[in-house]
Ligand binder design. Structure first.
Ligand SMILES: O=C1O[C@H](COP(=O)(O)O)[C@@H](O)[C@H](O)[C@H]1O
Length: 264
């Protein structure tokens, strides 16, 4: 590993974590817009969308602090193979927590959910999503991997992220951009997920992990050999300082890993 990941710890989610997450996301947005006029971001489900909404729906404080939603392209880091209005759908969650709450004068991002045909065939869903990514990320030139400007991830209490689970054979897969999983230890069992190489290739990777329920796994990830082999640990090891963790105090109370101050 080159330089270590950035670990931020905040006392309050509303007053500190969310404004810092906003600053971080908008830094990536502004850089991406300068680079290629579009901001391509992959988002997760779980607890992330709620915190992300707190960050992004706050009023702008001036230049450089504007969320330019119409220039965003939103993809899913993982998705469950269920209809888009099913309560297990990550898209439904992101829609309800964030997209539906965007004031109309801000405009909407372009969102890329999974296709709803053939949901019973998870491999088909993964293939369709990969085809979509190829049409966008490899429209002009062939590329080995899609380059997301930002990938926003959660961390499960078992150290999983996206739908990449501890000790699962998917962690060793290198060839496809999107994989299906039919034996997810966390229900629902059928899902699709970005591959580990795709996540590691992201320009920036931001984790959001909050609450005391994450403390044990974060201690493991940041302090132990065993934890460095968990999916989140593999991303820390493989992507180094491209990775930033946004945590609250209860999540990292006993984690002895150097913290950074604020993003500001
Ligand atoms: O199943 C999933 O879990 C992870 C972690 O969720 P959290 O609630 O512990 O933050 C999430 O990032 C992923 O998108 C989701 O499908």
């Amino acid at each position: 590993m080159g330089r270590p990941p950035n670990l931020y710890s905040f006392q309050s989610i509303d007053d500190e974590l969310a404004p810092n997450l906003r600053k971080y996301v908008l830094e990536q947005q502004n850089e991406a817009l300068k680079r290629h006029g579009v901001f391509r971001v992959a988002v997760s489900g779980g607890s992330l969308p709620k915190t992300l909404a707190k960050a992004l729906l706050a009023p702008s404080s001036g230049e450089g602090d504007t969320v330019e939603f119409p220039k965003w392209e939103v993809f899913y880091a993982d998705e469950r193979c269920v209809p888009l209005d099913h309560e297990d759908s990550n898209h439904k969650l992101v829609k309800e927590e964030l997209l539906d709450k965007i004031p109309s004068d801000m405009g909407q991002p372009k969102v890329y959910p999974i296709e709803e045909q053939n949901l019973e065939n998870e491999q088909e869903v993964a293939d369709q999503y990969e085809k979509l990514l190829v049409s966008i990320f490899a429209a002009r030139d062939s590329v080995k991997l899609p380059l997301f400007d930002l990938i926003l991830l959660g961390c499960g209490p078992d150290g999983h992220t996206c739908s990449l689970f501890p000790d699962h054979p998917l962690l060793r897969e290198q060839d496809a951009w999107v994989y299906s999983i039919s034996d997810s230890p966390k229900p629902p069992s059928k899902r699709i997920t970005l591959s580990l190489p795709v996540v590691l290739h992201g320009a920036k990777i931001g984790f959001v992990a909050t609450g005391g329920g994450k403390q044990e796994v974060l201690k493991k990830i940041f302090e132990t050999e065993e934890g460095s082999k968990l999916p989140c640990g593999l991303i820390n090891a493989g992507a180094g300082d491209k990775v930033s963790w946004f945590c609250d105090s209860p999540a990292v109370e006993n984690v002895s890993f150097p913290r950074r101050g604020s993003v500001m």
